[in-house]
Design a protein around this ligand. Sequence first.
Ligand code: ADP
Length: 258
Amino acid sequence: MNKTPYYKPVAKEIEVFEKAFENKLPVLLKGPTGTGKSRFVEYMAHKLGKKLITVACHEETSATDLTGRFILKGNETVWMDGPLTKAVKEGYIIYLDEIAEARPDIIVAIHPLTDHRREMYIDKLGTSVKAHDDFMLVASFNPGYQHGFKDLKPSTKQRFVALSFDYPKEDVEKEILINESGIDESTAKKLVKIANKIRNLTEFGLAETVSTRLLVDAAKLIKSGLPKRLAVHTAIIQPLSDEPEIIRSLEDLADLMI
Ligand code: ADP
């Protein structure tokens, strides 16, 4: 068996996920990018001993991509199950990452899987498939609607048990950085302080702020020998903005803290 993915719980999310699995309820992970949603699903799949299929949804992702399609093999057309059909039949956990980004027809496709019916309809085959007892649907969603992220309809959200993810508390985030990168405690603490300082700045109108992912990246660069300031500039600040003025202000602020 593979190594258990490292996941540091931040609230009661493990318990909720386990109970949702037991009760065959779909789960929605809400929160900004880089806050541990994917890592959490990997951890839970491992803990429950289930295979996980992840689909990174984008604006071209359609129901066909999930259910399957006919493909040409030699002179024949054969049916190929998509990732959702495979998960439904085999009893895997499927993780639809950033579900709101996908085309609306995927919402229609998953509806019958999210209620008592637990089945999916494959229109190209004209058949319905009953979900395996262990099948579980997990989706993630970034509710940053004020910055042009797509929203999910309330009627869709209400089909899920929802867990909220956010930037962890200082000491938890510090522990994550140490575990993920092997960096020393004092540097980890400084990185977290920089992140929280930037997170609290509202005047720059950043679409997304410093995620735990960016901090982990900076910590890894420092651990492998890159000067701290350069690591912070390139891993934390540059990805946040393309405005030279904003970048300069953020770099000045960070330089004082590292
Ligand atoms: P999301 O899916 O929310 O965009 P990820 O799960 O990819 O975010 O998290 C990004 C990175 O942040 C992970 O690779 C991991 O290094 C780190 N991370 C964030 N939160 C946690 C956590 N609670 N436990 C362990 N690692 C975490």
